[in-house]
Write a protein that binds this ligand. Structure first.
Ligand code: PMP
Length: 354
């Protein structure tokens, strides 16, 4: 830290993204990216749609906003478009939390929530999961804080039904409830239809997972127009050109090819079922995932050791050191070939540690 760094950030622990090692070609199952690139059709269309790069990108993200509105049955003024959904989440912490409105989220969830709270000087409460690793909606009922829930949750993959989320919304009428649906397209149930009923609901989604655009950085939030105006005023106060033109063109083209997105999600869900079955047959406990990853622990080998041994065999998964989940690894669901490579490596590791 330099002597110039503001004291207000002295205690900040930055978010640690999943590793991206360059030393060899890994079977990369550690950051929940899609194994499929955007469709050829979408890539071709994006080239046509690209606004001249000597001009600034559209600060209203009008075309993507309109297409998202149409896709989700809302009006364009109910949609905020952001540089990845991380940016939408950060804006939500900035807009709807302060020292009087602290944040509450599960203790085991997306690791960025406590970082966003810290960087914005927001007090926060981390609420334990149930022993089965699910979120207990009752813990958030009447909590009187701004609630952040990833649904499906990460890294567990477990989803809450929207009826449970409704209990939280209904019992916290004076607080915003942010539902982070980064993984909802892999078999979860979206809360977007509830934005018409609850003025305190903000749903955040991303193009990074089901829509194969992690590198493009495109996210969005859907909520009532007043919430979106609040977020937009922060966007216009920080970076009005937050989404670049190439990404907007890609986003638009990908939204015009929803069949490709649906097909990719179907393949991933099929591969998820296949891999979960194979892991269970090898003695793993595998949580019920509605996301594009599995969270699994072996009774035979320590979680950190399995992670290391997989890495040594060229398979990257994500291990978290938090004691409650240190026996688990989070495994992104990829192609069938990638899943077979993972399973072959795990079988060999289990054999050598017998
Ligand atoms: N929410 C959750 C639960 C996530 O796991 C991620 C991805 N790491 C994000 C949001 C952010 O994704 P992005 O910024 O790529 O849209």
């Amino acid at each position: 830290m330099s002597r110039f760094f503001s004291e207000k950030y002295a205690a900040l622990t930055p978010y640690t993204p999943g590793e991206q090692p360059q030393d060899m070609q890994y079977v990369k199952l550690n950051t929940n990216e899609s194994p499929f690139p955007p469709s050829e059709k979408a890539l071709r269309a994006a080239a046509e749609l690209l606004r001249p790069l000597q001009l600034y990108s559209d600060p209203d993200c009008r075309r993507v906003r309109e297409k998202l509105a149409q896709r989700y049955g809302v009006t364009p003024d109910m949609v905020l478009v952001t540089n990845g959904s991380d940016e939408a989440l950060n804006f939500a912490f900035m807009a709807f939390c302060d020292s009087a409105h602290g944040a509450a989220f599960p203790g085991i969830s997306y690791g960025f929530y406590p970082v966003f709270a810290q960087v914005n000087g927001v007090p926060y409460e981390e609420i334990a999961l149930k022993p089965d690793f699910s979120v207990d909606a009752d813990d958030y009922c009447g909590i009187g804080k701004t609630v952040f829930i990833a649904n499906p949750n990460a890294p567990t993959g477990i989803a809450l039904p929207p009826a449970q989320i409704e209990k939280i919304l209904h019992s916290n009428p004076d607080n915003v409830v942010v539902i982070d649906e980064a993984y909802v397209d892999f078999g979860g149930e979206s809360c977007v239809p509830l934005v018409h009923k609850y003025e305190n609901l903000l749903v955040v989604q991303t193009f990074s997972k089901s829509r194969s655009l992690a590198g493009g950085r495109l996210g969005y939030a859907i909520g009532n127009a007043a919430l979106i105006r609040d977020l937009d005023s922060l966007r216009y106060s920080t970076n009005p050109y937050n989404v670049n033109s190439a990404t907007l063109a890609l986003g638009e083209a990908i939204l015009d090819d929803e069949d490709a997105t649906r097909q990719n999600c179907a393949v991933i869900m099929e591969n998820r079922a296949y891999t979960a079955g194979a892991l269970r047959a090898l003695g793993f406990e595998v949580l019920d995932s509605r996301a594009n990853f599995l969270f699994a622990r072996s009774g035979q080998i320590d979680g950190a050791l399995l992670y290391q041994k997989l890495k040594a065999r060229g398979v990257l998964v994500r291990h978290f050191t938090r004691p409650e989940i240190a026996q688990f690894n989070r495994i992104t669901v990829g192609t069938r070939q990638q899943m077979d490579a993972l399973l072959t490596a795990i079988r060999a590791i289990l054999e050598e540690t017998k």
